[in-house]
Design a protein around this ligand. Structure first.
Ligand SMILES: [Zn+2]
Length: 235
Protein backbone atom coordinates (compact mmCIF):
# COMPACT_ATOMS: atom_id res chain seq x y z
CA UNK A 1 0.00 0.00 0.00
CA UNK A 2 1.18 3.52 -0.72
CA UNK A 3 1.88 6.11 1.93
CA UNK A 4 -1.29 8.00 2.85
CA UNK A 5 -1.50 11.36 4.61
CA UNK A 6 -4.60 12.19 6.59
CA UNK A 7 -5.52 15.42 8.42
CA UNK A 8 -7.04 15.41 11.90
CA UNK A 9 -8.58 18.74 12.86
CA UNK A 10 -7.78 20.18 16.27
CA UNK A 11 -8.83 23.37 18.06
CA UNK A 12 -10.27 25.91 15.63
CA UNK A 13 -7.78 25.66 12.76
CA UNK A 14 -4.90 23.28 13.54
CA UNK A 15 -4.10 20.20 11.49
CA UNK A 16 -2.49 17.14 13.05
CA UNK A 17 -1.14 15.20 10.06
CA UNK A 18 -1.09 11.40 10.14
CA UNK A 19 1.34 9.64 7.79
CA UNK A 20 0.23 6.06 7.25
CA UNK A 21 1.53 2.98 5.54
CA UNK A 22 0.05 -0.49 5.93
CA UNK A 23 -1.07 -0.40 9.57
CA UNK A 24 1.57 1.97 10.94
CA UNK A 25 0.95 5.66 11.61
CA UNK A 26 3.25 8.57 12.33
CA UNK A 27 1.59 11.60 13.89
CA UNK A 28 2.88 15.12 13.30
CA UNK A 29 2.35 17.83 15.95
CA UNK A 30 -0.38 16.30 18.11
CA UNK A 31 -1.56 19.36 20.00
CA UNK A 32 -4.58 17.41 21.20
CA UNK A 33 -4.71 13.72 22.15
CA UNK A 34 -8.36 12.67 21.97
CA UNK A 35 -8.95 12.93 18.23
CA UNK A 36 -5.63 11.20 17.50
CA UNK A 37 -6.36 8.33 19.89
CA UNK A 38 -9.84 7.89 18.41
CA UNK A 39 -8.51 7.89 14.85
CA UNK A 40 -5.78 5.32 15.57
CA UNK A 41 -8.38 3.06 17.18
CA UNK A 42 -10.98 3.47 14.46
CA UNK A 43 -8.46 2.73 11.71
CA UNK A 44 -6.70 -0.04 13.71
CA UNK A 45 -3.36 1.74 13.30
CA UNK A 46 -0.25 1.13 15.32
CA UNK A 47 1.58 4.29 16.35
CA UNK A 48 5.12 4.18 14.90
CA UNK A 49 6.42 7.61 15.89
CA UNK A 50 5.52 11.19 16.73
CA UNK A 51 7.16 14.11 14.90
CA UNK A 52 7.24 17.59 16.45
CA UNK A 53 8.10 20.78 14.58
CA UNK A 54 8.28 23.30 17.44
CA UNK A 55 7.46 23.91 21.09
CA UNK A 56 4.07 25.66 20.93
CA UNK A 57 1.33 24.07 23.02
CA UNK A 58 -1.12 23.73 20.15
CA UNK A 59 1.44 21.40 18.50
CA UNK A 60 2.65 19.42 21.52
CA UNK A 61 0.01 19.23 24.26
CA UNK A 62 -1.31 15.82 23.20
CA UNK A 63 2.04 14.03 23.34
CA UNK A 64 1.99 12.88 26.98
CA UNK A 65 -1.55 11.53 26.84
CA UNK A 66 -0.85 9.68 23.59
CA UNK A 67 2.36 8.19 25.02
CA UNK A 68 0.48 7.01 28.10
CA UNK A 69 -1.58 4.78 25.79
CA UNK A 70 1.30 4.00 23.41
CA UNK A 71 4.32 3.70 25.71
CA UNK A 72 7.75 3.51 24.13
CA UNK A 73 6.76 5.31 20.92
CA UNK A 74 9.77 7.26 19.65
CA UNK A 75 9.23 11.03 19.59
CA UNK A 76 11.30 13.16 17.22
CA UNK A 77 11.69 16.90 17.52
CA UNK A 78 14.09 19.80 17.87
CA UNK A 79 16.04 20.61 21.04
CA UNK A 80 13.32 23.06 22.12
CA UNK A 81 10.68 20.31 22.56
CA UNK A 82 12.80 18.29 25.01
CA UNK A 83 11.80 16.54 27.30
CA UNK A 84 8.78 15.55 25.17
CA UNK A 85 11.04 14.01 22.51
CA UNK A 86 13.71 11.34 22.97
CA UNK A 87 15.25 11.95 19.52
CA UNK A 88 16.70 15.41 18.88
CA UNK A 89 16.88 16.54 15.27
CA UNK A 90 18.72 19.39 13.58
CA UNK A 91 19.50 20.76 10.11
CA UNK A 92 20.70 18.10 7.71
CA UNK A 93 19.69 15.07 9.77
CA UNK A 94 18.36 12.23 7.66
CA UNK A 95 16.62 8.96 8.37
CA UNK A 96 14.08 6.68 6.72
CA UNK A 97 10.35 6.40 7.11
CA UNK A 98 8.28 3.87 5.17
CA UNK A 99 11.25 3.33 2.83
CA UNK A 100 11.32 7.03 2.00
CA UNK A 101 14.15 9.39 2.89
CA UNK A 102 13.33 11.95 5.56
CA UNK A 103 15.44 15.07 5.73
CA UNK A 104 15.29 17.69 8.42
CA UNK A 105 15.40 21.40 7.66
CA UNK A 106 16.02 23.88 10.43
CA UNK A 107 13.41 26.57 9.81
CA UNK A 108 13.58 29.10 12.68
CA UNK A 109 11.92 32.50 12.99
CA UNK A 110 8.49 31.51 14.32
CA UNK A 111 10.39 29.87 17.20
CA UNK A 112 14.17 29.61 17.63
CA UNK A 113 14.31 25.87 17.14
CA UNK A 114 11.55 25.19 14.59
CA UNK A 115 12.28 22.30 12.21
CA UNK A 116 10.48 20.95 9.14
CA UNK A 117 10.40 17.40 7.80
CA UNK A 118 10.69 16.49 4.15
CA UNK A 119 9.33 12.95 3.84
CA UNK A 120 9.82 11.88 0.23
CA UNK A 121 7.99 14.70 -1.56
CA UNK A 122 5.82 15.70 1.42
CA UNK A 123 6.86 18.69 3.52
CA UNK A 124 5.63 19.00 7.11
CA UNK A 125 6.45 22.59 7.93
CA UNK A 126 4.46 23.32 11.10
CA UNK A 127 4.06 27.08 11.46
CA UNK A 128 7.06 28.07 9.32
CA UNK A 129 5.08 28.04 6.05
CA UNK A 130 1.33 28.18 5.41
CA UNK A 131 -0.49 28.20 2.13
CA UNK A 132 -0.26 31.81 0.95
CA UNK A 133 1.33 32.74 4.26
CA UNK A 134 3.91 32.12 6.93
CA UNK A 135 3.97 32.03 10.73
CA UNK A 136 4.36 35.04 12.94
CA UNK A 137 7.97 35.91 13.74
CA UNK A 138 7.62 35.46 17.51
CA UNK A 139 11.40 35.41 17.95
CA UNK A 140 11.80 38.84 16.32
CA UNK A 141 14.54 37.27 14.18
CA UNK A 142 13.26 38.27 10.73
CA UNK A 143 16.55 37.32 9.09
CA UNK A 144 16.25 33.74 10.37
CA UNK A 145 12.64 33.53 9.20
CA UNK A 146 13.51 34.96 5.79
CA UNK A 147 16.35 32.43 5.45
CA UNK A 148 13.90 29.63 6.33
CA UNK A 149 11.62 30.76 3.51
CA UNK A 150 14.56 30.64 1.08
CA UNK A 151 15.08 26.98 2.05
CA UNK A 152 11.46 26.21 1.15
CA UNK A 153 11.81 28.11 -2.10
CA UNK A 154 14.68 25.85 -3.13
CA UNK A 155 12.64 22.67 -2.79
CA UNK A 156 11.17 21.11 -5.93
CA UNK A 157 7.94 22.66 -7.22
CA UNK A 158 6.22 19.28 -6.90
CA UNK A 159 6.83 19.05 -3.13
CA UNK A 160 3.50 18.97 -1.29
CA UNK A 161 3.06 21.40 1.59
CA UNK A 162 1.36 20.09 4.75
CA UNK A 163 1.19 23.10 7.06
CA UNK A 164 0.04 23.25 10.66
CA UNK A 165 -2.96 25.54 10.23
CA UNK A 166 -5.89 26.25 7.92
CA UNK A 167 -5.17 29.95 7.38
CA UNK A 168 -5.25 29.96 3.58
CA UNK A 169 -8.40 32.02 3.05
CA UNK A 170 -7.34 34.87 5.36
CA UNK A 171 -3.83 34.76 3.89
CA UNK A 172 -5.23 35.13 0.39
CA UNK A 173 -7.54 37.98 1.41
CA UNK A 174 -4.45 39.71 2.77
CA UNK A 175 -2.47 38.93 -0.40
CA UNK A 176 -5.27 40.35 -2.52
CA UNK A 177 -5.29 43.55 -0.46
CA UNK A 178 -1.56 43.98 -1.18
CA UNK A 179 -1.58 42.82 -4.81
CA UNK A 180 -5.16 43.30 -6.08
CA UNK A 181 -4.31 42.78 -9.77
CA UNK A 182 -2.53 39.46 -9.27
CA UNK A 183 -4.65 36.99 -11.25
CA UNK A 184 -3.17 33.87 -9.56
CA UNK A 185 -4.03 35.24 -6.13
CA UNK A 186 -7.56 36.24 -7.19
CA UNK A 187 -8.19 32.79 -8.68
CA UNK A 188 -6.75 31.02 -5.65
CA UNK A 189 -8.96 33.09 -3.32
CA UNK A 190 -12.09 32.09 -5.27
CA UNK A 191 -11.09 28.39 -5.17
CA UNK A 192 -10.21 28.46 -1.49
CA UNK A 193 -13.38 30.36 -0.51
CA UNK A 194 -15.46 27.68 -2.25
CA UNK A 195 -13.57 24.87 -0.47
CA UNK A 196 -13.97 26.52 2.92
CA UNK A 197 -17.71 27.03 2.39
CA UNK A 198 -17.94 23.24 2.23
CA UNK A 199 -15.61 22.95 5.23
CA UNK A 200 -12.96 21.26 3.05
CA UNK A 201 -9.21 21.51 3.66
CA UNK A 202 -7.19 23.74 1.34
CA UNK A 203 -4.08 21.63 2.01
CA UNK A 204 -1.81 20.21 0.86
CA UNK A 205 -0.53 22.96 -1.37
CA UNK A 206 2.70 22.60 -3.38
CA UNK A 207 5.91 24.61 -3.44
CA UNK A 208 5.15 25.47 -7.09
CA UNK A 209 1.76 26.89 -6.17
CA UNK A 210 3.19 28.74 -3.18
CA UNK A 211 5.72 30.43 -5.45
CA UNK A 212 2.73 31.82 -7.36
CA UNK A 213 0.48 32.90 -4.48
CA UNK A 214 2.64 33.31 -1.37
CA UNK A 215 3.78 36.94 -0.97
CA UNK A 216 6.21 35.93 1.78
CA UNK A 217 7.99 33.36 -0.39
CA UNK A 218 8.00 35.96 -3.15
CA UNK A 219 9.64 38.66 -0.99
CA UNK A 220 12.91 39.43 -2.72
CA UNK A 221 14.68 41.07 0.16
CA UNK A 222 14.66 40.94 3.94
CA UNK A 223 13.18 44.45 4.02
CA UNK A 224 10.38 43.45 1.71
CA UNK A 225 9.65 40.40 3.88
CA UNK A 226 9.58 42.46 7.10
CA UNK A 227 7.20 44.97 5.55
CA UNK A 228 4.80 42.26 4.39
CA UNK A 229 4.96 40.24 7.61
CA UNK A 230 4.28 43.33 9.75
CA UNK A 231 1.38 44.34 7.49
CA UNK A 232 -0.05 40.80 7.87
CA UNK A 233 0.28 41.06 11.68
CA UNK A 234 -2.11 44.01 11.58
CA UNK A 235 -4.47 42.68 8.89
ZN1 LIG B 1 3.45 27.88 16.52
Amino acid sequence: MLMKIHPIKAFSDNYIWVIEKDSIAVVVDPGQASAVIAYLEAEALELGAIFLTHNHHDHTDGVEQILALHPGTPVYGPQETVPLNDHILDEGDTFELFEKPVSVLKTPGHTDGHISYLVGDALFCGDALFSAGTGRVFTGDYQAHYDSLQKFKHLKDTVKVYAGHEYTETNLRFAKSIDPKNRKITEALAEVTALRKEDKSTLPSTIGREKEINLFLQAESLEDFIKRRQARDHF
